[in-house]
Design a protein around this ligand. Sequence first.
Ligand code: 4AD
Ligand code: MG
Length: 433
Amino acid sequence: MTLITTTIHDVSGHVGSAVRIGCWLHRKRSSGKIQFLQLRDGTGFIQGVLVKSEVEEAAWTAADRLTQESSLYVTGVVREDPRSPSGYELNVTGIDVIHVSEEYPITPKEHGVDFLMDHRHLWLRTPRQRAVMVVRAAIVRAIRQFFDARGFTQVDAPILTPTSAEGTTNLFHTKYFDEDAFLTQSGQLYMEAAAMALGRVYSFGPTFRAEKSKTRRHLIEFWMIEPEMAFVDHEENLRVQEQFVAHIVQSVISECKQELAVLERDVAKLEKITAPFPRITYDEAVKFLNGNGFPEFQWGEDFGAPHETAIAESYNKPVFITHYPTELKAFYMKPDPVRPEVVLCADLIAPEGYGEIIGGSQRIDDPGLMEERFREHKLPMDAYRWYLDLRKYGSVPHSGFGLGLERTVAWLCGLDHVRETIPFPRLLYRLYP
Ligand code: 4AD
Ligand code: MG
């Protein structure tokens, strides 16, 4: 038989054939007469079976030498096996050991989170972490598909910036030769410029928040998708968001069946995520909270995680909370013309306690009001001259939003902490590995 070089993912096309696969030993079980090798190659997992009486001695002794995470080329014949999770098994005929792994630190026993985080570079190899990374990649694909199919142009925002975009309290400061610079908190302001040039745009990149918060929803470095749309008002902004989020969820359900099963995600809950999404105003949310466990909550206060969770519990879809107090929100949000103490904005709160996944708004398009806001927020007018120019040269109504990738991954994978949603998380007190 000629050998076909393939991957675990692709064995389905080679049932009955002899194949060769580069892989690692995940786990091993042996009865003395039969060895069961759990093999992984990054594309999936498959069980390889060696029967002592049926294989050459060299293959048997090679299998004996394999320790956890040793690397090898395995050859064998693909068999369909309905009992195995992948549906296939390999009748192993030969083993070429590439490298015998030293004692592997992550064993089948339970490890503490700090230990696993210290070994994140190895932790990524486990089935659960692999599944999370595959879902993350599927979400990224779905995000791009959605906007690319709707005439948006992808525009990249700078990472090093001279100013803040989302308040000055959580900026990462650095030197830019002799000048001060900051790592970007959001590409939005640049996307507004890009929308005036290209109509509908989105950026997708890393953003940074020097927040001393140690919650299960906060990363110091996270990825954000930020669409910005000229001639789009608050209402249309929300319609785009609900279509967008429903598209992501439905894409992941159809593309990541195996991974969602590994993660033991309740897919029935995700299947309900279709547009439109419910909406409530900030005022209504406050009333709701006052009647449901938070009698002291005052109009003008910001919601924390427990408030968001309480509100989200009433719905089985994400819920928009709209029209927040102007005082609470960023300087660029457009006040409601009939009620300027609130802004034309919305946060989208995911169900099942996963919290805010989107923040968005219509933007101020009046140059006078924008200048006033810079003064109120004590922002250096000079640094924002270019941003004011957008209001001076053919200003138009425009809106946009930012979706946090990692919180979306946490929600769709059903993870209780964002540290597992990104390959190498940057957290308060963690920069390694
Ligand atoms: O609500 P935020 O701060 O909004 C903005 O940055 C706007 N400029 C977006 C825009 O309109 N273009 O952040 C948007 C989203 C949040 O809803 C959340 O999902 C995520 O980014 N996010 C974080 N994710 C992880 N860790 C953090 N520290 C995050 N901060 C925000
Ligand atoms: Mg927000």
